[in-house]
Design a protein around this ligand. Structure first.
Ligand code: ZN
Length: 308
């Protein structure tokens, strides 16, 4: 089984998890997290008897900073460390200017406090993927599945021996018994996301590993539940966009609803962890952008009917 490394993001546990998978000659990391958490990552690895020099490969589900921020720092410090990532993401890791500009639009002056430095991954370290590959590292074999929806460059890795699927954010966020749709801008695509959930289920995983947060033993049950959570959030956002109104009021209404819902189900602490993993205003922004783009493309009628 993978070790769940708690990165203690912003001093809080249960927000960002790195999977550490023991392998011949060391350990494989799925999503090493942001550079701001490198000290915590190092400490968590040490509790399992590993140092950063024992890392044999980085498997990135996608390049959002909470997942991949430290990839360049590690790849530069350990030349020869392979970094697996979807081809679209690989370009942005080699030349991070666009990725950082997009993240700065979301986080503004908070970039450095949240994520720390973001270094480019040297080209020779990159192993670009498109889905359908098999990766062999340290005696382990992973199947790669292309799983867009949360991000257009998102992949899932299936450990073929243990049947654990490393799904990043494709199966949402689960903390304290509450499941949250992970829908930040700019890439959200709900129908493609639903296809990705079907594809992951088709792999027949026994368990899932979520970046937020950790191992979920009942893979099939969680995927079914997440599909409903995503659908509910998407439909609620569709109705809010259709009803219209000023953006600050729409955002406030959304955040208020989600906060109350999360607190009721999961309690104060878990709700705070959920919000640290995915700020609720960004969940709104991602879904609202998705629906407004659809209405632009297909006409306002696109907002009339629930997803089918
Ligand atoms: Zn994430």
């Amino acid at each position: 089984m993978p070790h769940t490394l708690d990165l203690q993001f912003l001093g809080r546990s249960g927000v960002i998890a790195t999977a550490a998978i023991p392998c011949d000659g060391g350990v494989i990391l799925v999503d090493p997290g942001p550079t701001s958490c490198l000290v915590a990552l190092t400490a968590a690895l040490a509790t399992h008897g590993y140092g950063l020099g024992d890392v044999r490969a980085l498997l990135l589900t996608h390049i959002h900073l909470d997942h991949a921020g430290a990839a360049g720092t590690l790849a530069q410090a350990w030349p020869g460390l392979p970094v697996y990532v979807h081809a679209i993401g690989a370009k942005h890791l080699a030349q991070p200017e666009k990725l950082l500009a997009s993240a700065t639009r979301l986080y503004g002056a908070d970039m450095d406090r949240l994520w720390g430095a973001f270094l480019a991954v040297p080209e020779p370290a990159l192993r670009p993927l498109s889905g359908g590959e098999s990766i062999a590292v340290g005696g382990r074999i992973f199947e790669v599945l292309y799983t867009p929806g949360h991000a257009v460059h998102h992949v899932t890795y299936l450990d073929t021996a243990e049947r654990t699927a490393y799904v990043g954010d494709t199966a949402g966020i689960a903390v304290g018994g509450y499941v949250l749709a992970a829908t930040p801008p700019p890439d959200i695509d709900v129908p493609r996301w639903e296809e990705s959930l079907t594809a992951i289920a088709g792999l027949g995983p026994a368990s899932l590993f979520l970046t937020h947060f950790g191992v979920v033993p009942d893979a099939a049950g969680h995927l079914t539940r997440y599909r409903a959570v995503l659908r509910r959030a998407a439909d609620r956002a569709r109705e809010a966009v259709r009803a219209g109104g000023e953006e600050p009021a729409l955002t406030e209404a959304w955040v208020g609803w989600l906060r109350a819902d999360a607190r009721t189900v999961a309690g104060e602490d878990a709700a705070a962890a959920l919000e640290a993993a995915a700020p609720f205003d960004q969940i709104w922004q991602g879904l609202a952008r998705y629906w407004r783009k659809r209405a632009e493309r297909d006409g306002a009628g696109a907002l009339d009917a629930p997803l089918t």
